[in-house]
Design a protein around this ligand. Structure first.
Ligand SMILES: C[S@@+](CC[C@H](N)C(=O)[O-])C[C@H]1O[C@@H](n2cnc3c(N)ncnc32)[C@H](O)[C@@H]1O
Length: 189
């Protein structure tokens, strides 16, 4: 079973930005690399599950006509909405929802899976991907980025996540960037 929402609620109760996404150079650089790795200049509709406080959401909004971002925690989505509104962005739509809750659009042409899939046990990753990947139009882009360290609150490792992605017959690997901290891969659906 994936990590339940109340676990993340308690994290945001302790700190408004538990992973320092808005300030840590490691995260800001990782976001910059992720956005720079996207092969298309422009995307029509992006879906970003697990958006947290919306820092990456704002960067994606500069490359997409529409960004639809969700997080299970109200405290996270409230901050994300505030950040997007303060940046004057009107094309990013943020909701409190589970990644698998019904999607408001039929499809997207960009799916962003960043520091999210390792909350699901390795044995359930393929099922989760089978639920998420049909949202992406054929030819659309899937970008995945996961930390390679170990954490007791992760149900599997970043390596497990990218191994599960590599097994998917419905994804073609376009780019692979590995460094000490994380693995960043871009796929065509
Ligand atoms: C480590 S943060 C990742 C944030 C962001 N994607 C990034 O790369 O910086 C994980 C986030 O996933 C959210 N989350 C966990 N499970 C989720 C689910 N099933 N649906 C939506 N959000 C979820 C948590 O609330 C938390 O904000």
């Amino acid at each position: 079973m994936s990590t339940p929402g109340h676990y993340f609620e308690s994290m945001y109760a302790d700190s408004p930005d538990p992973w320092d996404f808005a300030t840590a150079w490691y995260e800001l650089r990782r976001y910059g690399l992720l956005v720079a790795s996207l092969p298309e200049q422009r995307y029509r509709v992006c879906f970003e599950p697990a958006c947290s406080v919306g820092v990456l959401t704002g960067m994606l909004a500069a490359r997409c006509d529409e960004v639809h971002a969700v997080d299970v925690v109200d405290a996270a989505t409230e901050q994300a909405r505030l950040r997007i509104s303060r940046a004057g962005l009107t094309n990013a739509h943020i909701r409190t929802a589970d990644a698998l809750d019904p999607w408001p659009h039929a499809t997207c042409d960009l799916l962003v899976l960043s520091e999210f899939l390792y909350y699901t046990p390795a044995s359930e990753l393929d099922d989760l991907l089978s639920d998420l990947l049909p949202l992406v139009e054929p030819g659309g882009t899937v970008v995945a980025c996961h930390w390679l360290g170990r954490s007791s609150d992760h149900a599997c490792t970043g390596e497990d996540v990218h191994a599960a992605l590599a097994e998917r017959r419905d994804l073609t690997l376009l780019s692979h960037h590995r460094e000490e901290g994380f693995l960043l891969e871009v796929f065509r659906r």
